[in-house]
Design a protein around this ligand. Structure first.
Ligand code: ZN
Length: 73
């Protein structure tokens, strides 16, 4: 493994926990989760996420899970 000589971007080792958004497909009712995106909120109807089960493109955000920030000291 060769190490890159330049660090990409500016976010170096920040321990920001990534929130998860839970979507429920409006066609088949299956729930999926994905990383939180800007402007996500509970009960929002999302129309650009494809359901992996039925291929439907409309889903509703049913939950947003934010992991607690833990600092290991
Ligand atoms: Zn579906």
């Amino acid at each position: 493994m060769s190490e890159p000589s330049i660090m990409m971007g500016g976010r170096s080792r920040e321990r920001t926990p990534e929130p998860l958004t839970f979507l429920k497909c409006l066609s088949c009712g299956v729930e999926n989760s994905r990383p939180f995106k800007e402007n996500d909120y509970v009960l929002k109807i999302v129309e650009d996420e494809k359901c992996p089960k039925c291929g439907g493109t409309r889903s509703k955000i049913v939950n947003i899970y934010v992991p607690e920030k833990k600092e290991s000291k």
